[in-house]
Design a binder for this molecule. Structure first.
Ligand code: DP6
Length: 362
């Protein structure tokens, strides 16, 4: 697949009015994890995520035709209204990489204002919400200038493709409720290059599932996800992991269809603990879980055994615990969190989240 298109060039004798495009895009939580990649951001195994509702990035992209043409990407970048050079450098590098697909970017003065619904230091991964928001802004801009992405499916596919190139997991945030990224014969139309909707696989119980994020630590990760993916290349368990991910993926599809909460929980926890075991088994080894993460895991297991309530957990590449549970036990579970889990969280901090309807243009 190739989105390179040298014809997407603005006719400077007919310049567009300066304008702005704004998208609100969510984070997502993987139940089957993407961990290990090759080539240009291609996944070693299919992953499946739930799209979240309250962990969001709002991004506004302003554009106007450059008065004096040159070949650079000219971007001003503001995060929560403050100029941010570190983010700007990363985004300029990404936009440079994307110019074969969006050659008109070099013709424009660009300004981005971005902000998250959660504190930057909350320890919640923001690359999925931010990079999906950026991809959506770029695709909307293309469509506005050239009318090339009128078809909703074509728009989503390109937005997901572009988001993937910025950060793998971001490609799954484009879709409401749930998404699959990575080629698998179990999902017709699935691809390594973009995610597809997984809404049709969901029993209704999952459409408003809760995912409260227990913030054990908001410190910067000691090993980035990119470095973690790279370490999979020398990991002695890598091949076994990719085969296991595929089995877990197929089992999860069945559980999602049936609304089998017990099977869902067993698979979610197996995936999360395998992810962290792979980090432990990497060379050099590293650990992102903290004592508080393990204390919370033990308490969730005990609570489930004592009450029979279908609560389960997952983690992404960090110490924070995502507590997953169905809507009908929210009152009991929130009481359990308050009484037993918040004491293990930094400043008793939790971000309440749940499955959501995907990005929206504002
Ligand atoms: C553990 O998408 O952050 O959250 O593609 O290098 O940007 P890059 O990595 P990233 O990796 C996410 C890994 C994960 C699992 C998942 O979301 O599937």
């Amino acid at each position: 697949m190739n989105y390179d298109n040298p014809r997407l060039i603005i006719d400077s004798s007919n310049p567009p009015e300066p304008d702005r495009i704004t998208w609100r895009s969510p984070s997502n939580i993987a139940i089957i994890k993407y961990w290990g990649k090759y080539g240009d951001q291609l996944p070693r195994n299919p992953s499946l995520s739930l799209t979240l509702a309250s962990s969001l990035t709002d991004m506004a992209l302003e554009y106007s035709l450059k008065e004096t043409p040159d070949n650079t990407i000219n971007l001003d970048f503001y995060f929560h209204e403050e100029a941010n050079d570190a983010f700007k450098t990363k985004i300029v590098a990404f936009l440079e990489k994307m110019t074969p697909a969006f050659p008109f970017l070099r013709q424009l003065d660009l300004t981005i204002h971005s902000g998250n619904s959660f504190p930057h230091s909350a320890g919640i991964a923001s690359s999925a919400s931010a990079m999906s928001a950026l991809a959506l802004c770029l695709c909307s801009l293309e469509d506005k200038l050239f009318g090339t992405l009128k078809d909703g499916d074509a728009f989503d596919q390109k937005a997901s493709y572009v988001a993937r190139l910025a950060s793998g997991s971001a490609c799954r945030s484009i879709f409401p409720y749930a998404a699959v990224w990575g080629e698998t014969s179990s999902v017709p139309g699935s691809s390594n290059e973009y995610a597809v909707t997984a809404e049709d696989f969901l029993h209704p119980v999952f459409k408003n599932y809760h995912n409260d994020i227990l913030i054990v630590s908001s410190d910067e990760k000691s090993v980035s996800s990119s470095a973690g993916h790279a370490l999979m290349e020398g990991n002695p368990y890598a091949d076994a992991r990719y085969a296991e991910a595929r089995r877990n993926f197929d089992d999860l599809l069945l559980a999602l269809k049936k609304g089998d909460l017990e099977a869902f929980g067993a698979i979610a926890e197996k995936e999360a603990l395998s992810l962290h075991a792979l980090m432990t088994a990497s060379v050099p080894s590293y650990t992102l879980m903290q004592p508080g993460s393990l204390a919370i895991i033990e308490k969730i297991r005990a609570y489930r055994k004592d009450t029979g309530h279908p609560v389960c957990f997952t983690l992404d590449a960090g110490p924070n615990i995502h507590l997953l549970y169905p809507e009908d036990i929210i009152a009991e579970v929130r009481g359990f969190i308050e009484e037993e889990l918040l004491e293990h969280c930094e400043d008793r901090h939790m971000q309440q989240d749940w499955v959501g309807e995907g990005p929206e243009e504002l």
